[in-house]
Ligand binder design. Sequence first.
Ligand SMILES: NC(=O)c1ccc[n+]([C@@H]2O[C@H](COP(=O)([O-])OP(=O)(O)OC[C@H]3O[C@@H](n4cnc5c(N)ncnc54)[C@H](O)[C@@H]3O)[C@@H](O)[C@H]2O)c1
Ligand SMILES: O=P(O)(O)OC[C@H](O)CO
Length: 392
Amino acid sequence: MSAASAASTAPSSPRLDPMFDKLHIASGATTPDRRPSIDTLPPSPLASGKHRIAVIGSGSWGTALAKIAAENAARHSDQFHTTVNMWVREKQVNGKKLTEVINKTHMNQRYLPDVPLPANLVAVPKLADVVRDATLIVFVTPHQFLPTVINDLKRAKAIHPGARAVSAIKGVEVEGAEIKTFASVIERDLSIPCSALSGANIALEVALEQFCETTIGCPTHNDSLLWHAVFDAESFRVQCVEDVNGVSLGGALKNVVALAAGFVDGLRLGGNTKAAILRIGLKEMTDFCLEFFDGAQRSTFSNESAGVADLITTCYGGRNRKCAEEFVKSGSSFDDIERRLLNGQKLQGTATAEEVHAFLQAHGRVDGYPLFERVYQIAFKGLAPAQLVKGL
Ligand SMILES: NC(=O)c1ccc[n+]([C@@H]2O[C@H](COP(=O)([O-])OP(=O)(O)OC[C@H]3O[C@@H](n4cnc5c(N)ncnc54)[C@H](O)[C@@H]3O)[C@@H](O)[C@H]2O)c1
Ligand SMILES: O=P(O)(O)OC[C@H](O)CO
């Protein structure tokens, strides 16, 4: 273990029992008979004997994940309460409350327009009402808003003690020389086990049911059984792994590489340069995780949707890439570009680039991650974008 690793408080991924392999549907072997049976779910702590799903966040990804969870809950109503509550931060849309619009039209016109949502997905404006009696809680807010959400939940004391969580948030928390994934922040602050969901998942494509895969890093076999049942679908194949940290870090760090990919596009460089950025980016993502997170697995980055596949889709089709291209072309600040191009959605990569820079600097390891550092310098310190690849 390196000095930096020893200084980090990141917890290691616990080892699971050998049964875990039955759920980890390896690449190329995604056959229906290897999927777990819905009949063998761990029991619910509720008197009803059924699990209740709640989703915290209703941006494009929150709504897309809530749609899948609600469809699965309705399909397996013997195991799940059919109603899935989704927390919607109240807003006025054309003079009407967003929650009322969603519940009446069964569409989230603000963040996922024109995608029909199941009627058993219910938009709820109060956090405490969303999580009441929920045994399976999905956290999917933009990462900058999670601390407020956690404080509100703690104050409301509304979380069931037997609940489990999954974080689909892409980002990290850095304080001085310490770095934490949001799965570990949720575990620490709410005292419930937390898995991590991440993959090559552009929200709109998922919501339109275009085939894709995702990875869920789970601390125990029971967590993997439950989260697989909540999310696995014909067009959204779930693979579970033990590596909660690797899945979380893949989702966070690819957003920094996506900014680099956007700079490449803004500079009108070609496919060879983009491919080089992806390769170097994947190497830095993997190295970072192995250096600072005990128990992280190289295979999470090379084999899973949460690693290489997410990196590819983000560097071609994501919002971070798009805004970084505009940053080069327009010379505007990222704040301006976010306001102008994203219609209320939130960029994650810029904050992550800053946080990763601060963490590496605290450990004297900035030089070990030249691509991450260039992205930070270009985004925040006025380095010319053309310097991205100089001397890499
Ligand atoms: N959109 C995608 O394609 C996608 C795919 C995979 C993962 N993710 C990740 O999921 C997370 C959520 O992203 P998203 O795309 O659903 O959100 P988004 O970017 O669409 O942001 C909109 C959401 O932010 C909320 N919000 C805005 N201001 C807020 C505030 N002050 N306090 C609390 N909430 C506020 C809104 O209510 C809404 O729920 C991010 O970490 C993102 O990286 C996104
Ligand atoms: O649009 P981005 O750049 O936030 O990326 C979206 C998803 O994370 C892709 O998996």
